[in-house]
Design a protein around this ligand. Structure first.
Ligand code: G3H
Ligand code: 13P
Ligand code: ZN
Length: 357
C-alpha cells in the first residue's frame, strides 16, 4: 500500500473525532511492534523519524525502506511517514525527496534547534516549506510556541535538545490569535502547540495539574481555530508501571511524571489530532529487555530479548490506539496518492480553513 499523507489522515481523524498517536521509530523492530498493534485494532499509523535517526542512526534509505516494507506487509493499516522536528527547509525537503509523506518544519527555534526564533522567521521558513512540500502532495506540520516546562521555564529535555535559556510563560503557551495568523500565512496542514509539555521523561516534578499542564489552553486555541489539526508534542505519559519495570530490573530512573492519558483524551476533544510519543516506547522496550536479560542470564540470542521488548511496546501502543479512538479506522481509509494531493493543493481545495473569531 502507498504511504498516506498526514493531511489526509488528520482530515479523516477530524471528521471522525479521533486522535492518531505518532510514534518515533529508529529501527525495524519498533515498526513491527507498532504495526502488530495497529493490525490488532485496525488503526491508521503515523511513524516518525527524527533528524538524529535520519543522520546519525539508521539513515534515510533504511528508514524509508523499512516503512515501505511495513506498508506492504500490513496493507489494511495506512501509514504516514513523517519527519519529526525538521530544523531547516533543507531537512524537510530532503525528507520528502527521500520518500517521507510529511515533514515538520519546527520554526519555533532557529536552525540550531536551540535558540528561540522570532515570529517573522517562523512564518517565513514554514511558508516556504509548505509551498515546496505541497507541490509534491506531501504535508507540513508547523510549530508556534516553544516546548518547555511551565514549572521551571526551561526545555528540560534530558538528551540536551530543545530550547536553551529561560522561557517566558508567553513563549511556553501558544497565543490563539497569533496561531490563527500563523496558520493562514504559513499554509500548514497541522499546528504543533505549546501547552507545558516537553520532551523526555522528566516533564513535571509532580503529578501535573492545570497550572503546569495547560490543557485548558488547548481548548482556547481550538475555539479560535476549530478547523485546524492540532499536534501535541511531549505526550509520553511516563507510566509508573514502566518506571517500576526499569527500576526493578537494574535501571536507575529518577521518579518522573508525564502527561496523563486522560488529559490527552481531553486534548483530542479539543482538536488535537496528532499525539507525539517517543519516551514511553523507549521505556517499554528497555524495561522489558532488562527484565528478560535479568531473568535469563544464560541467553545471548538477541532475538529473545528483542521479542520481549517488542511485546511490551505492542501492549503500550495498542492501548494508545484504543484510548485515542484511532482503533477501527484503518481499513476504511482509501489512500489518496500524493500527485492527487498536489493537484488539490494547487487548486486551493486544501487551503487552511480558519474561522474568524
Ligand atoms: O523530538 C524528540 C524525539 O524524542 C526524538 O529524539 O532526536 O533522540 O531521536 P531523538
Ligand atoms: P516524548 O518525549 O514525550 O515521547 O515526546 C516525543 C515528541 O514530542 C517527539 O516529537
Ligand atoms: Zn516533539
Amino acid at each position: 500500500m502507498q504511504l498516506i499523507s498526514l493531511r489526509q489522515l488528520l482530515d479523516h481523524a477530524a471528521e471522525h473525532g479521533y486522535g492518531v498517536p505518532a510514534f518515533n521509530i529508529s529501527n525495524m523492530e519498533q515498526g513491527l511492534a507498532i504495526m502488530n498493534a495497529a493490525q490488532a485494532c485496525d488503526a491508521p499509523v503515523i511513524l516518525q523519524a527524527s533528524l538524529n535517526v535520519r543522520r546519525r542512526y539508521a539513515g534515510d534509505r533504511m528508514i524509508v525502506n523499512i516503512v515501505r516494507a511495513l506498508a506492504e506487509q500490513y496493507p489494511n493499516n495506512p501509514i504516514c511517514l513523517h519527519q519529526d522536528h525538521g530544523n531547516t527547509e533543507e531537512a524537510c525537503l530532503s525528507a520528502v525527496n527521500a520518500g517521507f509523506t510529511s515533514a515538520m518544519m519546527d520554526g519555533s527555534l532557529e536552525a540550531d534547534a536551540k535558540t528561540p526564533a522570532g515570529y517573522a522567521y517562523n512564518v517565513d521558513v514554514t511558508e516556504r516549506v509548505s509551498r515546496k512540500v505541497h507541490g509534491v502532495g506531501a504535508s507540513v506540520e508547523g510549530e508556534l510556541g516553544i516546548l518547555g516546562s511551565l514549572e521551571t521555564g526551561t526545555a528540560v529535555e534530558e538528551d540536551g535538545s530543545g530550547a536553551c535559556g529561560h522561557l517566558t510563560r508567553h513563549q511556553l503557551l501558544t497565543d490563539p490569535d497569533q496561531a490563527a495568523d500563523f496558520v493562514i500565512r504559513s499554509k500548514i496542514d497541522a499546528l504543533a502547540i505549546a501547552c507545558g509539555t516537553s520532551h523526555g521523561a522528566y516533564k513535571f516534578t509532580r503529578k501535573p495539574d492545570r497550572e503546569i499542564l495547560a490543557i485548558d489552553h488547548i481548548e482556547a486555541i481550538h475555539s479560535r481555530l476549530p478547523d485546524t489539526h492540532l499536534v501535541m508534542h511531549g505526550s509520553s505519559s511516563v507510566p509508573q508501571y514502566l518506571q517500576d519495570l526499569i527500576n526493578e530490573n537494574g535501571g536507575e530512573m529518577a521518579q518522573a511524571w508525564g502527561v496523563p492519558v486522560d488529559e490527552i483524551e481531553r486534548g483530542i476533544r479539543s482538536g488535537v489530532r496528532k499525539i507525539n510519543i517517543d519516551t514511553d516506547c523507549r521505556m517499554a522496550m528497555s524495561g522489558a529487555m532488562r527484565k528478560y536479560i535479568r531473568e535469563n542470564p544464560e541467553v545471548f540470542d538477541p532475538r529473545k530479548f528483542i521479542l520481549a521488548a517488542m511485546a511490551e511496546l505492542e501492549t503500550l501502543v495498542l492501548d494508545r490506539f484504543q484510548r485515542f479512538g484511532a482503533a477501527g479506522h484503518g481499513a476504511s481509509i482509501q489512500v489518496i496518492p500524493l500527485p492527487e494531493m498536489a493537484r488539490r493543493y494547487r487548486e486551493g481545495v486544501l487551503d487552511p480553513r480558519v474561522a474568524v473569531a
